[in-house]
Design a protein around this ligand. Structure first.
Ligand code: GLN
Length: 199
């Protein structure tokens, strides 16, 4: 796909930051709130925010099933934080009845780093990058368990959560527990755009 159009799910979350990051890479980007907008997407970003609100709004705005169908049909999709939760097939510590779109063969644990630890930052190695990324975690999930087709892209290097998986990829789906849309490092968005162009 030479010049893809990438949508950003925009019913909730840090939509603007993703739009800016993709715009800065020269990618055609627009917000997605309705099924017609989803139809125009070659690929999608699910932002950080609050997954319990996202799935409810996706249901209310009749975007939930179309999203599930597009993801199942192979639309490249990148989820950050709450977006990672939305892409996970299984969830721990969700609210009662919480649904995910699924697609990634992972189990995520919501608010995994502990409720007291609201947010923290750290430098972590990311698969294929020469230098570490500065990762910002905000009430972040981690990947508790993963299937055989899922590749690990990053883990927490030190501290009580050392070794925890915080970035994964499965085919054209990828997800990070942290927020690459915060700050000026465009490498992870570029990684996704390259993945979209290759699919
Ligand atoms: N804790 C949030 C959730 O469960 C995710 C936080 C975030 O996206 N920064 O959806």
């Amino acid at each position: 796909m030479a010049s893809p159009s990438i949508g950003v799910f925009a019913l909730q979350g840090d939509v603007r930051e993703h739009v800016r990051a993709l715009d800065d890479l020269g990618v055609a980007t627009f917000t997605v709130r309705r099924p017609e907008e989803l139809r125009r997407c070659d690929a999608l970003v699910l932002p950080g925010g609050e997954s319990t609100t996202m799935y409810k709004l996706a249901r209310t705005f009749e975007l939930f099933e179309p999203l599930v169908e597009r993801i199942r049909a192979g639309m490249p999709t990148f989820g950050t934080c709450a977006g990672m939760i939305m892409l996970a097939d299984r969830i721990e510590d969700g609210i009662v009845g919480q649904e995910t779109l699924g697609g990634l063969d992972i189990t995520v644990r919501r608010n995994a780093f502990g409720r007291q630890v609201d947010s923290f930052e750290g430098d972590i190695a990311f698969d294929g990058f020469a230098d570490p990324v500065h990762a910002v975690f905000i009430r972040a999930p981690w990947v508790e368990d993963l299937g055989p087709d899922v590749d690990v892209l990053a883990t927490v290097p030190t501290g009580p959560a050392a070794g925890r998986i915080v970035a994964v990829r499965q085919g054209s789906l990828m997800a990070t527990s942290f927020h690459p849309e915060v700050g000026n490092d465009d490498r992870i968005h570029r990684y996704f755009v390259d993945l979209v162009k290759q699919s």
